[in-house]
Design a protein around this ligand. Structure first.
Ligand code: PA5
Length: 469
């Protein structure tokens, strides 16, 4: 492994006894065994006992399986295919509209915000490295947001012979029946077919559906004869699907190194499988969270991203934890905060409100861009010459340290996840770590982390109210 992210829960753990942590760790080792028994059962295609249904353990070995296929198959397997189709689309369009919701949206948004320029869509095509702009829709039923994007596409795409005026769609839905996405697809497909011509090859080759093996979107894709349709495998649930074609395909279109994403995920999975507590970030994170929740009433897990680029990652984790463990009256409540921004809104409550929170900082040690420093000024009305020459990362680090100190004075537990830099490899580790921690905690507290019966209920009700079959 290149280098493993670091999880440090020592400060948070000082509020519980070492004996208690050891007890939790012992139970977690048993829960880890259950997670890998699940993987074996899943791989065997054996009968899944009722209390384990659904069993969507496919995500655990998926990254390493894809990496093996790259070596074993002459065409590079699914990764090779994704890279080829992504390159073709990337070279032919300048705007990609990604349609999807929940697990078919949040992960890709996390990848985009973490790994692409924060001003990606404002850059020229050459500044973007020849990759398209990206837009997300189908994640709501928001008339104005849809209409604004359609207006933008209409006014900026007038000459379809010019690559900079061509756009495409990737529609993502595992079930193929989620109304928000299906409605958006119909609307954007109409616009796309209106632009390229309903029977043109462009109106098919610039649409890439990503969906399950059966369902309405699969049927529609077959009937329309879209040349490339990527699968969402059975046994990988929506919120666990970011490292399938769901995230990998749009990421590859944007030029993100998807092999490194997979490598990071495979490496942290191996660490989870083999390492003892103390050098196993998945087990260590889960042990801290569980012990503080049970013993200290830390029911709210605040994931604090320092800087903006991991906000969508935090929102992705919000969904993962909420939908996976928020069942049978159980499950901690996740909350993403972006500091220092949210110190100016939530900070007061977090420091001195109810003591029901565990704060986990995500610390990125080095920025991706050149360091910006505070300039020296002849006029010093703002008194900032005393920190002239200091870089923004140093100022952010002071804010992090100062906040932790303040929280500790008020007895608020904090922990840290540290990565050297924000790149595809470490993001792959982070994503897989959070998925693994969620399932191992589920097995620890006897909650099936897979499936989302509550979400399905709202979908059914909404369709009934609209009179849809
Ligand atoms: O985690 C899940 O399974 C859900 O959040 C789904 O991803 C979400 O409801 C979208 O479903 P689908 O991909 O079937 O359109």
């Amino acid at each position: 492994m290149a280098s493993q992210l670091i999880y440090d829960g020592s400060v948070a753990r000082s509020s519980v006894t070492q004996q208690r942590i050891t007890e939790v760790e012992e139970k977690l080792l048993q829960a880890r065994d259950v997670v890998f028994e699940d993987v074996e059962l899943f791989n065997s295609n054996g009968i899944v006992p009722e209390d384990k249904q659904p069993l969507d353990a496919g995500f655990i070995e998926f990254p390493s399986r894809l990496l093996k296929d790259i070596e074993a198959k002459t065409d590079g397997g699914l990764v090779g295919q994704i890279e080829r189709v992504a390159a073709e689309l990337r070279d032919n369009i300048d705007r990609l509209v990604v349609l999807g919701i929940g697990g078919s949206y949040m992960g890709m948004r996390a990848l985009f915000e973490a790994l692409c320029s924060p001003v990606h869509n404002e850059l020229s095509r050459s500044q973007r490295g020849g990759v398209p702009r990206l837009y997300f829709e189908g994640n709501n039923v928001d008339n104005d947001s849809v209409q604004a994007l359609l207006n933008l596409l209409e006014t900026s795409c007038r000459d379809k012979s010019d690559v900079e005026q061509r756009w495409g769609i990737s529609v993502i839905s595992k079930s193929g029946g989620t109304l928000e996405t299906a409605v958006a697809f119909r609307i954007f497909r109409k616009a796309l077919e209106g632009y390229y011509g309903p029977d043109s090859s462009d109106s098919r080759r610039f649409v890439v559906p990503i969906t399950g093996e059966i369902g309405k979107l699969r049927n529609l894709s077959n009937t329309t004869e879209y040349p490339e349709v990527f699968p969402i495998p059975d046994g990988i649930g929506g919120r666990f699907s970011v490292l399938t074609a769901v995230g990998l395909f749009p990421a590859a279109v944007l030029g993100i190194d998807i092999r490194q994403l997979l490598r990071g995920a495979a490496d942290i999975t191996e660490s989870f499988r083999t390492q003892p507590p103390g050098t196993n970030p998945v087990l260590d994170y889960t042990a801290t969270c569980h012990a503080l929740e049970v013993d200290q009433g830390a029911n709210i897990r605040v994931l604090t991203t320092w800087g903006k680029r991991l906000e969508a990652f935090g929102l992705w984790y919000d969904q993962l934890l909420s939908e996976s463990l928020g069942k049978q009256g159980q499950g901690a409540t996740p909350l993403t905060v972006v500091n220092t921004r949210d110190l100016h809104s939530r900070g007061q409550q977090h420091q001195q409100g109810k003591g029901d929170k565990l704060f986990t900082n995500i610390v990125v040690e080095s920025p991706a861009y050149d360091v910006q420093t505070v300039p020296e000024s002849n006029r010093d009305e703002d008194d900032l010459n005393q920190i002239a020459g200091k870089g923004l990362p140093e100022i952010l680090a002071a804010a992090t340290k100062g906040t932790n100190e303040a929280y500790h004075e008020d007895g608020r537990p904090t922990a840290d996840i540290v990565i050297p830099q924000l790149d595809a490899y470490y993001l792959g580790q982070l994503l897989q770590m959070m998925m693994l921690t969620t399932v191992v905690e589920g097995r620890l507290i006897n909650i099936n982390p897979y499936g989302q019966p509550g979400v399905e209920m709202y979908k059914t009700n909404m369709k009934r109210i609209l009179g849809i079959d």
